[in-house]
Design a protein around this ligand. Sequence first.
Ligand code: G4P
Length: 543
Amino acid sequence: MESTATAPALTGDPALTRDVKKRRTFAIISHPDAGKTTLTEKLLLFGGAIQMAGTVKGKKSGKFATSDWMAVEQERGISVASSVMQFAYGDCVFNLLDTPGHKDFSEDTYRVLTAVDAAIMVVDAAKGVEEQTIKLLEVCRLRDTPIITFINKMDREVREPLELLDEIESILKIHCAPVTWPIGMGKRFQGVYHLIHNEILRFKPGEENASQQFESLQGLGDDALRELFPLEANTLLSEIELVRGAGATFDLDDFLAGKQTPVFFGSGINNFGVREVLRALSDWAPSPLPREAVERVVDPTEPRFTGFVFKIQANMDPQHRDRVAFFRVCSGRYSPGMKVRHRRTGKDMKIANAVVFMANERTRMEDAVAGDIIGIHNHGQLHIGDTLTEGEALQYKGIPYFAPELFSRPRLRDPLRAKQLNKGLLELGEEGAVQVFAPFTDNTLLIGAVGPLQFEIVAHRLKTEYGVDASFENAGIHTARWVTCPDAQHLAEFTKANTLKLAKDVDGNLVYLADTRVNLQLAQERWPKVAFHDTREHGQVMG
Ligand code: G4P
């Protein structure tokens, strides 16, 4: 291993380049209940990663998604932790990153989305664009992530397809290029017409299974369509004419630039339309792209191993009480036991037994290239945003903390557990479940969150993982701002004058806690040379 930073060779070996080009790393985004879990499971079925569809379905019936593995999720029937699943289909290796569906976990979701190269947006055809879809798409737009749209639940009585496309275009501000078009809906859902292949895929309910082959009819003329679908053909033909007339044809460059989304209609639960989405991912979604670090842009086919941590999960498996850092490989090749340089601390470390995730099973990772996600066991040395390299001094960018909007102060029911409480809160803070602040004038840690459910989850996890029974009371704080000032003396004066309102975050950065919006404004006016930031980069020590 080298000890100094050197410019890496840009020509990778052909095997590495070939493997990188096969990778498709993506997430599924949707409003809760649109069908993300169902689609996840069907995609895994195609990839042969899991055998039985039934284990993912039916939160209400007491069976849970293989991706919903935490007890809290199971109790509540929501997905709060992200997991990663790898499966193969055709020539491609897919890495599917699960994102928490609940709006209280938007920060976590944002981080997961920094690690993907594309996303599938699931829209419930009866409900159209919903609140959480809007937020998630905004996040994707920050990085111009290419989006494939799946309009789900066509087997139900839903809204008119043209109306749905209109809504997506006007609310989400993204052009739609329908690739398949539905023929009927609900009980009369007959299948879809593939606009590019000029092919009909016929839907027959109950034909769902892994080796599903829905009947397909190629190149039908108008008369044949009228014969096949006497009730639906006229609507279908006029809608297709409209869609074609509107010039909304699929354009690969616009898709890759995040300006246009190819749209597929289907029924996840019936496995219908899922294969087309998978093909779109393999044919059109990008393989891992060059990624920006502070120092330079890194090409995924460079031979030297680099990557970054985008999520930490403690105690994922109650049997193992460990912490796993989810790490996206950005270049080079991982091999078991390799030595890497931890950029933030400057120390070398060995990745002895990284794991790959297959549904809820962990398998030892033998080989990983750009786009792959590996799980690295650690005892707290890895933080979100950390970069690991084979010696080069490199720091990947783009994983921010957002200023929390809710603050609480933990109250211990058993005062003797204070040490465990602090340990638990700091670890959960590093994991990103909440943000943790140490006030200057109070020994109790403060926790900040984006949504109230985060506090409940933290209380639950403190109890089950750290044996701490704590409640949370409102801390009466409106918002937080990270504070910097180039003038050290001015900063010292500011600190002295505001001790009661200051705290340190997990990385030791100075934070101003404003109890009201007006208070924040006044502080900004009074200290014009001090900068108040509402975001900061992970791992960043602000100066
Ligand atoms: P989520 O992860 O986005 O929250 O959604 P999930 O897949 O859990 O699906 C939400 C509900 O929608 C589930 O019903 C699921 O069965 C149903 N669903 C998903 N895809 C389709 C589809 O193509 N057609 C129809 N008709 N329904 C679909 P549930 O009643 O909440 O649970 P369950 O007991 O039926 O599983």
